[in-house]
Design a protein around this ligand. Structure first.
Ligand SMILES: NC(=O)c1ccc[n+]([C@@H]2O[C@H](COP(=O)([O-])OP(=O)(O)OC[C@H]3O[C@@H](n4cnc5c(N)ncnc54)[C@H](OP(=O)(O)O)[C@@H]3O)[C@@H](O)[C@H]2O)c1
Length: 316
């Protein structure tokens, strides 16, 4: 495993993290023992950053992560736990209440990284109200660092201006070879400001791995049934990219997932992909995305192939 530093914190985190959204009804992994074996394999592979959220399985993911870390005898400073507070829980008092519940589910007395999952859009929660609540929780030792997920740069600036003694250390956004919008503003922003950028759906929910034919993709029953990348308007192009990724992978004796993740970390030092996994073998595979690099020529080949995609989100 390779390691990097989380933002400006000095905290050592693995170059590849583990996403824990899979531990939910949405993704269909609700068996605790399987979740535990995935977490165990992640740790064994050198992954020390786990990304969960309050909304994943309405607490199930946090519970599984906390319980597994306890049962596996992981010391608190051996793992970096990142979780998220939903955009609906951002009234000042609710921030405290939600974080208290998170701490309980995770069975810890502090959370390494608390990210605002998405900006408040259904309620008028003023930005400084929830940012100041989070900063107070840092002062009180319940949160170590603050991150923002799915925030545009204008709102990141506004959120940072509310903080007095700490800063935003992490941005989190969708980023994979088929969906590269993060390169426009958020990655440059993270680079300029010494932040880490956690890349969510770094495998495009498996779409860029070419595991499923067009017909099979239409039958997926989980969260992917409504995902634009799997839609017939987009998926044939995604499969063409998947074929290129596979070709490169074969050349290196690597898997498509390893190549797709390696490409992302080569794009920017700030990028930390957090792939999810349904089985321990997938975590092991994803951990093998580091310790080597694509040649510049092969990186460019995939760059060109992915730039050719015209993904539309207007699928109905
Ligand atoms: N902040 C946000 O708004 C937000 C949004 C989405 C996700 N996230 C975070 O990002 C994490 C990852 O994103 P994601 O779950 O959307 O998608 P992802 O990591 O791109 O894809 C995960 C899926 O790909 C397949 N897979 C994983 N590793 C594989 C491998 N080595 N070989 C073959 N298939 C593999 C598995 O599905 P199958 O085996 O079923 O094909 C797995 O469930 C989440 O767990 C969550 O922590 C955050």
């Amino acid at each position: 495993m390779e390691y990097t530093t989380l933002g400006t914190t000095g905290v050592k985190v693995s170059r590849i993290g583990l996403g824990a959204w899979q531990f939910s009804q949405t993704w269909g992994l609700t068996d605790y023992e399987t979740a535990k074996s995935i977490i165990a394999k992640a740790l064994e592979s050198g992954i020390n950053l786990i990304d969960t959220a309050m909304v994943y399985g309405r607490g199930m993911s946090e519970e599984f992560v906390g319980r597994a870390l306890k049962e596996l005898g992981v010391k608190r400073d051996e793992v970096v736990i990142a979780t998220k507070i939903p955009g609906d829980f951002l009234a000042y008092d609710d921030v405290f209440k939600a974080v208290d519940r998170s701490l309980k589910r995770l069975q810890v007395d502090y959370i390494d990284l608390m990210q605002v999952h998405w900006p408040p859009c259904w309620h008028n929660h003023p930005t400084c109200e929830y940012m100041k609540a989070l900063e107070r929780l840092v002062n009180l030792g319940r949160i170590n660092y603050i991150g923002l997920s799915d925030f545009p740069v204008e709102l990141v600036d506004a959120a940072r201006s509310c903080l007095s003694r700490v800063d935003v250390e992490v941005l989190q956004v969708r980023y994979n070879l088929a969906e590269r919008q993060a390169e426009k503003e958020l990655i440059p922003y993270a680079e300029e400001n010494g932040m880490s950028l956690l890349a969510w759906s770094p495998l495009a929910k498996g779409a860029i791995l070419g595991k499923y034919s067009l017909e099979e993709a239409q039958k997926l029953q989980d969260v992917r049934s409504g995902d634009p990348l799997y839609h017939p308007d987009n998926y044939p192009q995604v499969l063409q990219l998947a074929a290129k990724i596979k070709e490169v992978a074969e050349k290196y004796g690597k898997t498509p997932a390893q190549v797709a993740l390696n490409w992302l970390i080569m794009y920017s030092d700030t990028v930390i992909p957090i792939p999810g996994a349904k089985r321990p073998e997938q975590v092991e595979d994803n951990a093998g995305a580091v310790g080597w690099r694509l040649s510049y020529e092969d990186w460019r080949l995939l760059d060109e192939a992915s730039r050719g995609l015209r993904i539309t989100y207007v699928t109905w």
